[in-house]
Ligand binder design. Sequence first.
Ligand code: SAM
Ligand code: SF4
Length: 470
Amino acid sequence: MDMTIAKDAIDFIDHAKLDRLVGETREDAGRVRDILAKSMSKQALTVEETSVLLATESPELVEEIFESARQLKRDVYGNRIVLFAPLYIGNHCMNDCKYCGFRRSLRTAVRRTLNDQELEREILELEKIGHKRLILVYGEHPNYSPEFIAHTVEIAYKTKIGPGEIRRVNINAAPLDVEGFRTVKASGIGTYQIFQETYHRPTYAQYHPVETRKGNYFWRLNAMDRALQAGCDDVGIGVLFGLYDWRWEVLALVSHAIHLQQEFNVGPHTISFPRIQPAHGLDLALPYRMTDAQFKRMVAILRLAVPYTGLIMTARESAAVRNDVMEFGVSQIDAGTRLEIGAYQEDKSKSQELDREQFKIGDERQLDETIHWLIDQGYIPSFCTSCYRLGRTGEHFMEFAIPGFINRFCTPNALLTLSEYLNDYASPETKAAGEKLVASELAKYQEGKIKPILTERLTMVNQGQHDLYF
Ligand code: SAM
Ligand code: SF4
């Protein structure tokens, strides 16, 4: 493999150091406790400190890691979970990633790109069930130019029905140049998200043929630098777990977060950690397949290592895994997800068709069912888009991630957006459960400045007003 680095590439993944840390760090109870104390004071961890948590195997110490992650999640993110839906725009792709159902060499994949009318219909369907936040997803293809992406984002914002509207559009699209990022930013995107898949260069080369666009490791590794230079201030990074050693990948994610923080004074807005799922035409031997137990530890350790970064757990995971892992630090999930192009406008009871989608999903519950489940677990389902719309993004978001922020902004906004959902879209059972939750959360507020304003705004929402936020 060619390990030379392009002239202008920025290399912030120190392979030798990560190899050493994964190979040589040993369990050390004293250090683990010191590091947990540092995390609990909401300080980000170094790569070395993270490696100590990753080397911890004994059940009692792992339980201490879990308990700290639980507590930190409650302190930094409260008990709200933000909900979104992915919307696949097109699956033409010129890359050949060996794990993906859209890869170009797979001749049996059904290829399609939504036209404007089809896209509007998809958005209307999502709005009709109550979604407010989308992530638009694209293959990598000359048809999906920055202008085309911007056009689809504009359609998403413009398309409305009754009280239904999309208030934040994020995108997951192939890395662009700085000019391309400027174009998509101008269309009003929230987060630009892209996953490195694996940060380990030899493994990257194994899964992404070098003659393809995605075969260029550094073009992808430096995508967030270009996005931030272009003014996209919320960026989301991620790893596709199962390609290489999970501990190594966690250290690389932390290295990436530290690099962005150092260069741009803002860490990633979110981290995603998809695990490889079965896909059409996929027959991969995966020596690094990640177990559920490792997955749980990975989420808890990420929570502790990067306290202010949102963690996204997708519907690739089963309802049971989601139930089990949520409390260790997840802040966003997708719900009611369909991955086949155009599937939101089809019969909802239809089962998955793998030749039309990128991979199989594990949690097939509808949005209302997911919301009811969250409420039963004591979480506040949230459709909040306030930070983005009030300019609390990037650096400003980090500033706001301070004591009291959750209480002043996130919880009230979660309650307002949940109440809107309960009035406009919920089933009678979800509405009853949700109203109880809103009342009990409101009762937790001490008399003071926030409670009367929040009570008044909740009354306004219940009288039919929309889109109130702090
Ligand atoms: N084409 C763009 C790209 O590759 O970055 C963006 C969209 S791609 C459709 C979104 C993500 O899905 C990929 O980054 C990859 O991590 C994930 N993915 C691909 N195949 C998968 C599989 N079999 N199971 C789970 N996730 C998969
Ligand atoms: Fe294309 Fe993305 Fe799938 Fe790779 S992961 S084949 S780039 S859609």
